[in-house]
Each structure stands twice: as C-alpha cells, then as structure tokens.
Write a protein that binds this ligand. Structure first.
Ligand code: ADP
Length: 537
C-alpha cells in the first residue's frame, strides 16, 4: 500500500526560505582580515542570496554548471553556499591549501565555470591560469586584506556581480536527488576523487547534525565553525546552522590563539568545531590568558582527538570536547561520541576513554567492521577490522565511477579506516590501513602510540610513522613537538610507552625525534606521507 504522504522534495532552498520566515532577525557575524566585524541578519542574508541567485542566472550559469568558491569562512561564502545549489548549479568548494597541480586537476575535472575567490587568495589562481582555461569568470570577494588582487582575466568584484541580480524571488522545482555540491578527497594517494552531494543527502545530513545526539545545533546556540568551509562543507555546519537558526560567527582568517579566543568571547559563542591541532593551540593560549567564554562544546574531528586534550578542556575550562568521525565520502558526519546516560557514574578514567573513541553512528548511518575476508569481527573492543559504512549521505560511487577497492559488492563504502567496535556500538579508530606499522609480522597502531605520547602535558604534538628496518621489517619513529619552553626527554617518552606497548613494538631511543613542528596536510592533519619521505631522505 502506498502512503498518503506528500512526495515533498528535501532541497536546500526550503532551508533558506525557512530561515527568512522564522529567524529574520538572527545575526550572522564575520570578522574580516582587517579585524573589522560585519553584522547582518538572516533577513539581509536572504535578500542578498536571492540577488546572487539572479545574478548567477543573468550571467549565464545554467542547471548542472559547476561554480567554485576559493574562500575562507565568511558571510559571502554562506551566500554562495545557498545561491549556487538553489539555481540547480553545483557548489564546488575548493580547498585553498592544495598544491598547484591538484588545484589545476580538480578545477578542470569539475569543469568550474566561475570561481568566486577571496582577494588575498588570488595569487594561488594566478599561478595556474594557463592551465585552467575553462574558467570564464573570476569574482573577487574583498576579504579586507591589505593587499592588491593578483591579476586575473575577466574579473568582477563580488558587489558588482551582485548588482547584476534583482530582488525577484524565483525558485524552480528541484529534484532532491540532483547535485547540490561537489567536494574532492584530499588525494593522499593518487589524484583527488570527486564526491557529489545531492540536495537530499545534504538536507538529511543537516538534520542529523542538528539532532541532540548529533552535534546538537539548535536555535539557542551561537556557532563558530573553525573548520574551513572548503573542508567537506565545514562538516555541514553552515547548512545546519541556517536550518536551525543559530547565530553564526565566521572567523575569516582568525583561526588561532588570541584572534580566535577574542572572537569566541566577544560573540558569546557556545559551539565551535575544528581539527585537534587548532584546539591544541587554543588550549595552550587559554592556559596563559584569561577569557570569559560561554563555550560549552567543541566538536573535534578529522584526526583523533587526543584524550589528554579532551580531559584538559573539561577539567581546566569545563568545555566538552565532542569527538566526531567522518570523511569527504560521508558528507562528513558518520559517528559522534556522546556519553550515554548510564555512563554518567563511571570513573573519570573510563569516561574519558569513551569520549576519546570516535563514537556511535548518527541516526541514518550504519557501520560494520570486517576482516580481510569480509566477515564481521566480534564487537569486543579489541578485534580490529576495516570500517564499512552506508546511509543516505554516504557516497555510492565517485564521480569517476565505482571501484572495487572502495565499495563492497553489496554496496557498503570501504573507509580504509581500521577500527574496533565494542558492546555498546562505540567505534574507535586504531589506524588508517596505510598508516599501520608492521613489525615482525604484527601491526602497531600509530594512532594509539601518538595518543599515549600526547598524554604527556609537556608534549604538544606527536606523529608516528614506520621506517624500513632490516630486522623488524618496519620500526616506529616518533616525531615530537614539545610545549613552548619544555624539553623532550626521549627516555621518559620511551618508559611511558612501556605501559601500553610490548617491548618489540617500542621505538629505539634515537627514533624519538624532537622537531619544531610536524608538517600538516591541506586540511591540518599530520602529513605522514611527507614524514615518511623525510625518513627516506
Ligand atoms: P583524507 O581522506 O584525504 O584525509 P578526509 O577529510 O575525507 O580526507 O579524511 C577522512 C579520514 O580522516 C578518515 O578516513 C579518518 O582516517 C580520518 N578521521 C576523520 N575523523 C577522525 C577522527 N575523529 N579520529 C580519527 N581519524 C579521523
């Protein structure tokens, strides 16, 4: 029997319209590069987005065209987030930290028609101009950096572009399965791969983000996404904030230490989100300086949140670190680690251990862990398996097609993450398949080792990679960055590791190497490919 329910599409313009109807006075704040603060309301945002939609139409953007952004987090970027998909074009958020070859590759692969670019970021595009001939227009957003825009052909300023559109509200019918956005994986192995989000997948993902057991974005929250809007759509947070009517605060380039802390304080931010390295720096800053923060939740993902960081923020500042896991292929929120009601009386030791896990799947997502033969591993918290995932906002293929390595024959996405599952359904990543270290035929989890090393309060960051070893096959090498003013004692690190690692897993003392910084990837993760290269050299 068919239901009597309306077949009503889940599309982004309905989020936009609701924001105007229900929250027209809510604020959207941007701190631009010159520290000036721009404030406007959802009502203003709606009007400008309508104008932008019409300007895009009048400039020749047609359904299915890819329109790219090359921007940091600010209000104009939010306008583009909604205007582009609302006229049935495809929002391509380009990672501004990619190398020139990767930039060229994805711009050409996506067939970007226009690129909206922050003035201060124009030099990166100028460098690859001869290679990206398909781009018809560059629209320059004045990010208020004290610099000249680099010379690009066919440019127009963002405000001039907007003036090409009028205020007529025109919404066409959109099939919810049509493309709304495209993101590329960061291409740690081979070329980046395209993942195309639909209106429906983005809408449903937003709802999961807003749920209390998701990231809990509701109208009463003030949200500041530090995670860049070019990194898997800032984990869906801008879309979900508009869906809920949260006050939104965009940090522009103010992503670290004092610049960020001042903004968190001034705008009374309650929820923020970013990768662990950002929170590490903020933690050190907050220890030395005093702020009155209203912050209650910091979402952490992208890499494992070290337990020490989770414990430090809670004990020193009463701020909860909410650990989440996801990938470009999963829109990205897949799992979140909230403690359950029955865990509240557990010891600190056990509670923090759970908070450091990547958590349980959010409603809508299903996960499994399987061995090399594709058989489910026991949910005992210790048997590792590859994480498989499926759900309405998990990609079913790449733009380039379906590959056997990435999908099982029955349609689960293979994440390449090695995990353990426990009796309560919590997932913990022990490594990425390619980062595991094989010593004497056994695997060592680089992530476990890093977490134990980073539990030392004198250690800011630690990254572990394998080096070739004639006897052990591979041996772990630990790169450690001390907290400012502290020194690393390799012997102490080594002794500390003995508590959790067998002697054959331990690094040699000379393989515990102090460095001033650990190289990071374009999205702020430890760049292990680079570290391995360093070792080879
Ligand atoms: P890339 O695959 O190029 O790193 P993504 O941003 O899609 O780009 O990263 C997805 C990967 O990041 C996951 O497969 C996982 O290995 C890692 N990751 C994401 N969140 C977490 C987390 N909370 N803890 C540990 N690893 C994480």
């Amino acid at each position: 029997m068919r239901s009597t329910m309306m077949d009503y599409p889940l599309v982004l313009p309905s989020i936009l319209r609701r924001a105007k109807e229900v929250h027209p006075h809510k604020e959207i704040v941007t701190k631009w590069h010159d520290n000036s603060v721009q404030r406007y309301t959802y009502g203003d945002f709606y009007k400008r987005t309508i104008r932008l939609m019409n300007a895009l139409r009048n400039s020749g953007v047609r359904p299915g065209d890819a329109v790219a952004t090359f921007c940091l987090n600010h209000s104009a970027h939010l306008e583009l987030y909604f205007a582009i998909p609302s006229i049935k074009a495809v929002l391509h958020t380009i990672n501004v930290r990619l190398f020139p070859e990767q930039l060229t590759y994805i711009i050409n692969e996506a067939k970007d028609k226009f690129i909206f670019v922050d003035k201060s970021l124009t030099p990166a595009l100028e460098k690859i101009l001869p290679e990206i001939k398909g781009v018809e227009k560059f629209v320059i957003i004045d990010d208020k950096e004290n610099c000249e825009a680099a010379s690009l052909p066919n440019t127009i300023t963002y405000e001039e572009f907007l003036s090409k559109g009028d205020d007529t509200e025109r919404f066409e019918v959109i099939d919810e399965l049509e493309a709304a956005g495209i993101c590329y994986t960061s291409g740690t192995t081979g070329n980046p791969k395209g993942v195309i989000y639909s209106h429906r997948s983005t809408y449903l993902h937003c709802m999961a983000v807003c749920m209390g057991d998701g990231l809990g974005l509701s109208e009463k929250e003030v949200v500041l996404p530090v995670v860049p809007m070019f990194h898997v759509n800032s984990w869906g947070i801008p879309f979900a904030s508009v869906m809920s009517g949260c006050k939104l605060v965009f940090p522009g380039k103010h992503l670290l230490g004092a610049g960020l802390a001042e903004l968190l304080e001034a705008e009374e931010v309650t929820i923020t989100a970013g990768v662990p390295t950002v929170w590490n720096v903020l933690y050190q800053h907050l220890k030395k300086n005093s702020y009155k923060l209203k912050l209650h939740t910091m979402v952490v993902g992208g890499s494992a949140a070290p337990r020490g960081l989770i414990e430090g923020f809670e004990k020193d500042f009463g701020i909860e670190i909410l650990h989440a896991w996801g990938m470009t292929e999963t829109s990205p929120i897949g799992t979140v680690s909230h403690l359950r009601s029955f865990m509240k009386d557990w010891s600190d030791e056990k509670r923090f251990a759970y908070r450091a896990k990547q958590g349980v799947p959010v409603t809508g997502v299903e996960i499994r862990a399987v061995d090399d033969d594709g058989v489910d591993v026991p949910k005992d918290g210790k048997t590792p398996g590859e994480l498989l995932v499926r759900g309405p906002w998990i990609t079913g293929s790449y733009r380039e097609g379906v590959s056997k390595e990435s999908f099982t024959p029955d349609g689960w996405f293979r994440t390449g993450d090695v995990v353990v599952l426990d009796e309560y359904g919590y997932m913990q990543i022990t490594d990425r398949k390619k980062d595991l270290i094989k010593t004497r035929g056994e695997w060592i989890s680089s992530v476990d080792m890093e977490n134990l090393v980073m539990a030392d309060p004198d250690i800011l960051e630690a990254a572990v990679v394998g080096r070739k070893d004639s006897v052990r096959e591979e041996a772990p090498v630990i790169f450690v960055v001390p907290v400012e003013g502290k020194k690393i004692d390799a012997k102490r690190v080594h002794d500390h590791l003995k508590s959790n690692f067998a002697h054959w897993q331990l690094p040699k003392l000379e393989d515990i190497r102090t460095v001033t910084a650990i190289p990071k990837t374009s999205v702020g993760k430890f760049d292990k490919k680079n570290l391995r290269k360093l070792l080879e050299e």
